[in-house]
Design a protein around this ligand. Structure first.
Ligand code: 26Q
Length: 824
């Protein structure tokens, strides 16, 4: 499929049309001006986006018609998070309209590149899980699979981060403040969501007992649709996001009695459900509003899935089961299971067994974590209060499971019953959401080989024994459209000069570049582009932090959420070791290095915030130390997000993937960085293992304890003090943190970190991996000094990332779980 058949002229006209009606402005007034003002850029961005959206919407309509006509099976992706980033550049690349729009903007004297820098990120997610959902939507549309994404239309996405006196400060993210041209509101498809209340039981004439739920409150869910454009495909799918509204937004009785504030109380209450994204990742927030968010979103989505099916098929549950798959992105949308079962039982009077069989055939579940604190649990008390009927259904599912499955496989084994039960008994009875997912879903997948293996062996071994075919793997992937073609245009152009232009769809074809890895001319061209990207990033770094960095230094990057298990503090300890060595010997022959961090900490995660503070304080000291000859710089870029990642990744030399083995389910930043020619320094964790398999041991720096070794260390009783006492350098740098060396006049300000890795028991084994990490970093430094060797490594990393195309992930899902057919 070539581009969307729209001429430069027509686009120019559409843009000026939207410009005029957007702001009551005339094009003449703008073009008369000699230069385009900065404030105009937003107007041009909106007008251009709206013009493009016109093209997209007509494609969306033909896609819908085609999908309806062929009546094919489709997937519904349920996710509480979507990290879409900005949309303009990506949509233009996918439509093959980038060059056309560039020309269409010429009469206005506006650069498209400037407009692509306008508009807020759609930051409706925390990190990896949300960005994965966005990459999957891109791949589904690209491969012409019928798919709908469902999520929440958060008024505030992930908080904005800034630093004040080196500490993280959070501000609300008002992503729609300056316009949001990509979404369409569909009030005609609103759904009602009942909550709270009580259940009454009624005995029917035939003796059966019927449950009647009398809800206490009803919310309304209004859908906002965002079109998802495939790359060079005929498909435009939909991401449907639900916004909470009151059923009765305004109480005239209260108003007439003069109680003006209370009159719209209902609305305030209902709107709170989609007010804000919870900023915790890998941690259960345990808050009632989060629970209600989950149910609200599931209830709207399940009703919508049913309504869309019935619009063409009427009430035909066999056809529904044949046509529908619902993928649960982690346990966050688990209540969708109970909601579908409830609707089938209570609204359609289906038998329990038939309804349950349907649910089992429809749902599949992706697990993204092994961390115990991230496994969601909700108290039965909360369930009972908010969703009394759903809890009844849950108990029934659990009884059937324990009696018909567990008791058959392990007769009279009460320990096993307790272990596998969906309900955890204890001081407070809790619902284990992951158990409900595994019991229901026909397939459960982990997100990288090692992770899926650990899901089977350590997380759910008994479930795996019960149903050996249920647990499976789908290794994550990333879309090469956003993460190479759009974010790294220079490297993309170089690649397109040498291999077929299809590579954004067929990433495996990049292997052809391997042949050129030893070619001096190609090496020079490749590294020249890397350097140009570093020059651009150096400018951004100066603007964002005031720190000047040299593009000839090694750009060493760790960008991800701040978490102890991801071990930003191990990176930090290495920086301290280097600095210490430089102070002892300013002529230390290391290649100059810039350590670049990007990370948000959950606002309530104290130690994570202390780590940010420590890095910023040490950065301050190092960056102003003239004795070390600019061999070391440290920058913490504020407000890490998709848009910033798109700038950092093309400029990275080194990719830090240093989680404790067994803790990072997959990682996807590792894939993006390697694809753009950064060399990984990492542990044998998550997808790093598969990256190492693809690029080969010579083209990656692997260090540290393996999953087995980590287990053995723990089994033998890990004592971090041994490393502290044994390693003089480590002792010195940890003791530094107690002094006021980095915080003049304020000793102990950085002690929290030292405390956590010593008295705190070093839960993520940073000290156990320290020596191996430092050695690996030395090897890396040596490798960088050999320009040809480094260039070859970088080229091979780009060349050998084909496996990590999210199109491959989607094909794996289609083949093993979803069983869809493309609809083109
Ligand atoms: C749960 C309950 C209450 C509030 C928040 C949450 C919550 C929110 C987000 C829990 C977890 C998350 C996000 C998890 C996440 O991003 N996991 C990452 O998923 C990636 C995609 O599979 C993997 O590559 C990463 O390894 C994994 O950490």
């Amino acid at each position: 499929m070539a581009n969307s058949n729209i001429s430069v002229n027509e686009l120019t006209q559409r843009i000026s049309y939207h410009l005029q009606f957007l702001q009551g402005d005339t094009v003449a007034a703008r073009t008369d001006a000699n230069s385009v003002f900065e404030s105009d850029h937003n107007a041009y961005w909106q007008a251009t986006s709206l013009a493009i959206n016109d093209v997209i919407i007509s494609k969306l309509q033909t896609t819908r018609a085609r999908q309806l006509q062929s009546g094919v099976r489709s997937v519904n992706y349920l996710s509480l998070e979507y990290l879409m980033g900005r949309m303009l550049s990506n949509n233009l690349h996918n439509l093959d309209l980038y060059d056309v729009v560039e020309k269409a903007l010429q009469p206005f004297g506006v650069e498209l590149a400037d407009l692509c820098e306008q508009g807020a990120d759609l930051a409706l997610g925390n990190g990896g899980l949300g960005r994965l959902a966005a990459c999957f939507l891109d791949s589904l549309a690209t491969l012409d699979y019928p798919a709908t994404g469902y999520g929440i239309h958060y008024q505030h996405g992930l908080f904005k981060q800034s630093f004040k006196n080196c500490r993280q400060v959070e501000k609300p993210d008002l992503w729609r403040e300056f316009g949001s041209p990509w979404e369409i509101c569909r009030p005609e498809s609103a759904k009602l969501v009942p909550l709270y209340g009580h259940v009454e039981h009624q005995t029917e004439e035939d003796g059966t007992v019927k449950s009647l739920w009398y809800p206490g409150v009803t919310f309304k869910g209004i859908p906002w649709d965002i079109a998802i454009v495939g790359y060079n495909s005929n498909t435009v799918n939909v991401l449907r996001l639900w916004e909470g509204k009151a059923l009765k937004p305004f109480d005239w009785d209260l108003f007439n009695r003069g109680d003006y504030l209370s009159a719209h109380h209902n609305n305030v209450y209902a709107e709170s459900v989609s007010k804000v994204l919870y900023p915790n990742d890998e941690h259960d927030a345990g808050k009632e509003l989060r629970f209600i968010q989950q149910y609200f979103f599931c209830a709207c989505s399940i009703q919508d899935i049913i309504a869309r099916h019935q619009a063409t098929h009427g009430v035909d549950w066999q056809a529904f089961a044949k046509d529908t798959v619902i993928q649960l992105n982690d346990t966050h949308p688990t209540i969708a299971i109970l909601e579908l079962q409830r609707i089938l039982l209570d609204d359609y009077q289906m038998s329990w067994d038939d309804a349950w069989a349907l649910c089992q055939s429809v749902f599949a579940y992706t697990n993204h974590t092994l961390l115990p604190e991230a496994l969601e649990k909700w108290s039965t008390k909360l369930f009972e209060r908010v969703l009394p009927r759903h809890l009844e259904i849950l108990y029934h599912i659990n009884e059937d499971f324990l009696n018909k499955q567990v008791n058959v496989k392990w007769p009279h084994d009460f320990q096993m019953r307790a272990k596998l039960s969906i309900i955890e008994e204890g001081a407070e009875r809790m619902v284990r959401m992951a158990h409900l997912c595994v019991v229901t879903a026909h397939k459960v997948n982990g997100v990288a080989e090692i992770h899926s293996k650990l899901v089977k062996s350590d997380l759910f071994p008994e479930f795996n024994a019960l149903w050996p075919d249920k647990l499976t793997n789908v290794t994550n992937g990333i879309t090469p459209r956003r993460w190479l073609k759009a974010c790294n245009p220079k490297l993309s152009a170089l690649i397109s000069q040498h291999i077929s232009q299809d590579w954004p769809k067929d990433l495996a074809s990049l292997t052809q570049l391997s042949d050129m890895a030893n070619d001096t001319g190609f090496q020079q061209a490749f590294m020249a582009i890397k350097r140009e990207n570093k020059v651009v990033l150096a400018k951004d770094i100066l603007e964002l932090t005031g720190v000047t960095v040299s593009p000839d230094a090694i750009f060493d990057v760790q960008i991800k959420r701040l978490h102890e298990y991801k071990r930003q503090h191990l990176n930090f300890l290495h920086i301290l070791a280097l600095y210490n060595r430089l102070l002892e010997n300013p002529d230390l022959p290391i290649h100059p290095r810039v350590f670049i961090f990007g990370a948000k900490a959950a606002p309530g995660y104290h130690l994570a915030k202390e780590i940010i503070y420590a890095i910023n304080k040490v950065a301050e000291k190092i960056n102003n130390d003239t004795t070390i000859q600019d061999k070391l710089k440290v920058v913490f870029l504020p407000n890490y997000r998709v848009t910033l990642a798109e700038k950092i990744i093309p400029a990275a030399d080194v990719s830090e993937q240093i989680s404790t083995a067994g803790k990072e389910a997959s990682g996807t930043g590792n894939m993006k960085l390697a694809l753009n020619g950064a060399i990984t320094i990492g542990t044998l964790d998550g997808a790093n293992i598969e990256i190492a398999e693809e690029v080969g041991d010579d083209n990656i720096f692997i260090f540290g304890n393996t999953v087995e070794e980590v287990k053995a260390i723990r089994a033998n009783g890990y004592n971090p003090f041994e490393f502290y006492e044994k390693n003089e350098e480590l002792r010195k740098i940890l003791d530094w943190l107690d002094s006021d060396f980095f915080t003049p006049g304020h000793p102990h300000e950085l002690s929290a970190l030292k405390h956590s890795v010593l008295d705190g028991g070093d839960p993520y084994l940073a000290l156990a991996d320290f020596e191996s990490y430092v050695e690996s970093q030395q090897a890396l430094d040596l490798a960088y000094k050999d320009k040809a060797r480094w260039a070859k490594m970088a080229i091979l990393n780009t060349a050998l990332m084909g496996k990590f195309n999210s199109d491959r992930s989607i094909r794996d899902y289609v083949e093993n779980i979803w069983h869809l057919k493309p609809c083109d």
